[in-house]
Write a protein that binds this ligand. Structure first.
Ligand code: HEM
Length: 187
């Protein structure tokens, strides 16, 4: 159930950029591996040669039944052949966010920021998976992973640009944007 993202010297994805959006950056590594499980023999602390981030898919916190039905009816799964571009965006939210109640957070997340309602139109072009890691003692609270075709690169920019202007994002204290393309193996 764990998913490990390892930035290093080799892997199935070639890193095209590592951009610090807010807070402390992550060092650029030429390749990214996405591995099932957490048993990767690498230190948790980022080194000069590699870093690794671990997360776990979890239950929904904010999504209401009607929203979930809508999402399920339009979303695409990971691993589509044409989705050769991807983004790993680790995010940590501030103490002020975690000090809010669940109800207050949902208000900011959806009623004010429209995270779900506004993002829906980017489906199914963008496939996504959210991993939680706050309770694993990781440096981020969430690892967000998105896959899309090269034709949808600018659509993805529009999506992240839109979310970063929301009230929800005023609670983001660390965010790094790692962009990758699928490494094509030559015969
Ligand atoms: C492709 C369009 C997107 C859709 C449909 C979408 C939908 C959702 C949904 C339904 C949740 C709530 C899960 C729950 O109920 O617990 C969620 C959470 C989240 N999403 Fe998105 N999202 C999209 C894009 C993005 C992007 C581009 C980012 C990052 C730049 C992002 C970052 C997050 C984060 C960090 C959370 C966790 C929020 C929290 O629990 O505080 N999402 N998203």
């Amino acid at each position: 159930m764990f998913r490990t993202f390892r930035g290093g010297q080799s892997g199935g994805w070639r890193v095209t950029s590592v951009s610090p959006v807010t807070g402390e950056p992550l060092p650029f590594m030429p390749a990214l591996s996405v591995i099932d499980g957490d048993a990767v023999a690498l230190p948790l602390v980022p080194s000069r040669h590699a870093w690794r981030l671990v997360g776990v898919p979890s239950h929904l916190r904010y999504t209401e039944r009607a929203e979930r039905q809508q999402l399920v009816s339009v979303q695409a799964g990971l691993g589509r052949l044409e989705a050769t571009c991807a983004a790993l965006i680790p995010i940590r939210k501030s103490q002020a966010w975690w000090d809010l109640t669940q109800e207050e957070r949902r208000k900011i997340f959806e009623d004010k920021s429209h995270h779900i309602a506004s993002s829906m139109r980017f489906l199914p072009s963008v496939a996504r998976q959210l991993y939680h890691c706050r309770d694993l003692g990781e440096p981020f609270d969430f690892l967000t992973w998105f896959e899309y075709a090269p034709a949808h690169v600018s659509l993805f920019e529009e999506l992240v640009g839109m979310l970063r202007r929301t009230e929800e994002w005023t609670y983001v204290e660390r965010e790094v944007d790692v962009r990758v393309v699928k490494e094509v193996l030559s015969a």
